[in-house]
Design a protein around this ligand. Sequence first.
Ligand code: SF4
Length: 226
Amino acid sequence: MSDPASFTDYYLRQIGVVTPLSEAGETQSDHSKSIPETVSEKVNLEDLARQAAGCTACALSRKRTQVVFGTGNPHADILFIGEAPGHDEDIKGEPFVGRAGKLLDGLLAALGFDRQSVYIMNVVKCRPPENRNPKPEEVQACSQWFDPQWDAIAPKIVCLLGRVAAQRVLQTEEPLTALRGKWHEYRGVPVWVTYHPAYLLRSPSQKSRVWADLRLLYRRYQSLMT
Ligand code: SF4
């Protein structure tokens, strides 16, 4: 696999995306320039994570194993946001580490990213019991971490994964299908919406749609980086 398109096709086959889609130059760029260079930027996010680790601002604190703050490049250009930690994330302390996380990793790899070149987080930092959706008051309580975290990362573009993240960030009750396929904005940053990887595990036929979404996200990302 000597050319970028081959890498993209390889990763897509690994995660079951069957759409032929690699377009040389669209994927597999060198994203190493996204790694932070200043210590102070990193410290701010670490300080925030340290403070959040002891948070008891909502009922989710009672049954969590630990706060799952976020992972990746603390000053990434591109930020991915899901809804809340699940069982595996609660145990490991990192977002998207179960089967859905592996699928997300595959999609990122097909775009030429890895976990160190992007940032991944959830709108709610503690696991809801039985993996239920977070309640509005829990989402609200966790905003005290969410917005400062967003500002500390200062992303240039954001991808919302699933309905809960999309409705929280965009402050709407519109269904995900109405939010996909158009650009939004939050805190001055372009925001794109697609399905949550966990949904793709239940509905694998939708993988090619998500890949199409991510290609459009990547095109906008590239235009912002030039
Ligand atoms: S979910 Fe957020 S607000 Fe609730 S206890 Fe955890 S960190 Fe605090």
